[in-house]
Design a protein around this ligand. Structure first.
Ligand SMILES: [Zn+2]
Length: 333
């Protein structure tokens, strides 16, 4: 079975000859940049370098998917947020474009043609042409909660969920259109599945806020976007996994900070796949080949369907540990 089919079947919890291997978030490390001769910040801004670095996820690491959107700022930059694209060793950062939650968000008519969107769309086309028969091509969009942080600033957005919840919902209603338009454009460019990243992390979003503000949007995105979604939320999500499962989203990209991965498997139910699970700091950055192997075997045994890093890999992690995930996982069912 081709890696592409193993990945796409893993997303739906269908039987595969071995466990699927992959990542919905960045797999880039500085030593991986050296191996392929493409580096940040150029690889955020230039399609050929972006595609070359993403392809290494399969050609060097052996994963069953590739994913070229390494930063969290692409569509926000196209919307009008000022973005500092960082350096080789530092991820990009951006600034809000609106001051108050009541400020109207105007989505530029040409936002898909602006570099923030156009570059990753072109990278997806290049990857599809080069690897699309063999490997799953995964894109990435941000949900309206994270776009709210980016457009209004985290503090203004979160305070407004208490002081002016209707204005927050109105803003999210506008921003979800950005998520949908960018998702559809990525599917047209060749994406087989999409990471839907939305930072409804426990320290910033109570489980009730997830249920009351965010879940309906995630359900709507699942029903509107015509490909499987992999929802990514960092941190301990065990208090909202039940609500996530109810959205109908195919797969959840899970962080090792959940106190019990076995309990998380139970909360995810029998139909929602789980991806990720390998600790970035403890295992991938600071672990040995041996401890990587132990972590992979343990997580696959518990029932992770697509094994890989839990979130964007730290840039200073050794890519040998990322390769070790594949070496061990290829022997596991
Ligand atoms: Zn994360």
């Amino acid at each position: 079975m081709k890696p592409r089919d193993i990945f796409l079947r893993g997303l739906r919890r269908e039987p595969t000859p071995r466990v699927a291997i992959g990542s919905a978030t960045s797999i880039v490390t500085t030593d991986l940049m050296d191996e392929v001769g493409a580096a940040f910040p150029e690889a955020h801004l230039e399609a050929e370098q972006m595609a070359r670095l993403a392809a290494a996820g399969h050609t060097l690491l052996g994963y069953d998917n590739v994913m070229p959107l390494f930063s969290v700022w692409h569509e926000s930059s196209a919307l009008g947020c000022a973005v500092d694209w960082g350096t080789r060793g530092r991820m990009p950062d951006g600034r809000p474009m609106c001051g108050a939650i009541t400020d109207e968000v105007i989505v530029p008519k040409d936002f898909l043609n602006r570099p923030g969107c156009a570059v990753p769309l072109q990278a997806l086309r290049l990857l599809d042409k080069q690897l699309g028969d063999e490997v799953a091509i995964v894109g990435k969009v941000f949900g309206p909660w994270t776009l709210g942080y980016h457009v209004f600033g985290v503090q203004e957005f979160l305070i407004s969920t208490l002081l002016d919840p209707d204005a927050v919902r109105r803003a999210m209603r506008t921003l979800v259109q950005v998520t949908i338009a960018f998702a559809n454009a990525q599917i047209d460019a060749g994406a087989d599945a999409l990471c839907l990243a939305d930072h409804c992390t426990r320290d910033l979003c109570a489980p009730e806020s997830y249920r009351d503000f965010v879940a309906e949007f995630h359900q709507e995105l699942h029903e509107t976007i015509a490909c499987p979604l992999i929802l990514h939320i960092c941190g301990d999500t065990s208090d909202r996994l039940q609500y996530i499962r109810e959205t109908g989203i195919e797969c959840f990209h899970i962080d090792s900070k959940v106190p019990s991965m076995a309990k998380a498997r139970e909360l995810a139910g029998t139909t929602m796949a789980l991806m990720g699970g390998i600790s970035n700091i403890h295992t991938i950055r600071n672990g040995t080949l041996e401890s990587v192997g132990e972590d992979v075997r343990e997580k696959v045994k518990i029932g992770i369907d697509i094994i890989g890093p839990e979130c964007a890999v730290p840039l200073d992690a050794p890519c040998e540990n990322l390769k070790e995930i594949t070496r061990v996982a290829r022997t596991l069912r």
